[in-house]
Ligand binder design. Structure first.
Ligand code: SAM
Length: 231
């Protein structure tokens, strides 16, 4: 799977790309990540200007349509297959596990990271990207949001996690779409806190039943909306 990231700050991704899971996925050839500096498409050298003031007034600057659209068009021209184009914006559809699972089926995803007040509306009108938000809050730029999406998607790709099925039971995931059950490891007892007996007995059916029940209890307590969705 290939990601193309359009950003004014490509260096923000430096540390992220060399963290263990992603670095290994790249080394194994399971993922390619290409960064594109939007300033490389600015006509106005040496200032390499990519933003301008909004018509009608108001604070801040907007990323220009005549820089952004040619940038995306060039990236698309260079590629063999068209990408799913995603614009990061707090006004978009909320990113969730279902969206991550759906994106993981794509060969290519292009992520457009905004800055300042975001993009000129005509970028949306012309490129018709999917507009995606990572939550109801405002970040300074789309880069952290892009990393969130890449992180959520890459771990679903076959071969990335040691155990292919380990993400199926994760919270929100296709196992049951609920919150995950509580988990324990050694020691069995710590300061009077014991591991539930059922997990120690080796009865797989009983363990599965306990986990399913705990998952429902936890979801009911913390995220009852997920149970409503299930019905
Ligand atoms: N003026 C915009 C608004 O009110 O909708 C917010 C612009 S924000 C300061 C700058 C950039 O950060 C956005 O263009 C977007 O790319 C990114 N961004 C901010 N919050 C985000 C969120 N919740 N999800 C995804 N991207 C976000």
């Amino acid at each position: 799977m290939r990601f193309d990231i359009v950003t004014l700050f490509p260096a923000i991704f430096d540390g992220y790309l060399t963290q263990s899971l992603l670095e290994k996925a790249i080394a194994k050839g399971l993922v390619e990540i290409h960064r594109h500096d939007l300033r490389d498409w600015a006509a106005d050298t040496p200032h390499r200007k990519v933003d301008d003031r909004p018509f009608g007034g108001g604070p801040g600057m907007l990323l220009q349509v005549d820089v952004t659209v040619p940038c995306v068009e060039d990236i698309e021209r260079m590629a063999e297959t068209p990408s799913r184009k995603i614009m990061l914006t707090p006004q978009g559809e909320r990113f969730d596990q279902r969206m991550a699972e759906d994106l993981a089926l794509s060969d290519r995803v292009l992520l457009l990271c905004g800055r300042y007040e975001g993009f000129d509306q005509r970028v949306v009108d012309i490129l018709e990207p999917e507009e995606v938000s990572v939550g109801d809050f405002v970040l300074n730029g789309g880069e952290v949001a892009a990393m969130t999406i890449i992180d959520g998607v890459v771990r679903l790709l076959p071969g990335v996690l040691g155990d292919q099925n380990s993400h199926v039971d994760d919270s929100f995931s296709r196992g049951n779409r609920l919150l995950e059950f509580p988990q324990y490891t050694r020691p069995r007892d710590f300061r009077g806190h014991h591991v539930p007996e059922v997990l120690l007995g080796g009865n797989h059916e009983a363990i599965a039943a306990w986990r399913a029940e705990q998952s429902r209890i936890r979801t009911k307590q913390r995220r009852a909306d997920l149970l409503d969705e299930e019905e």
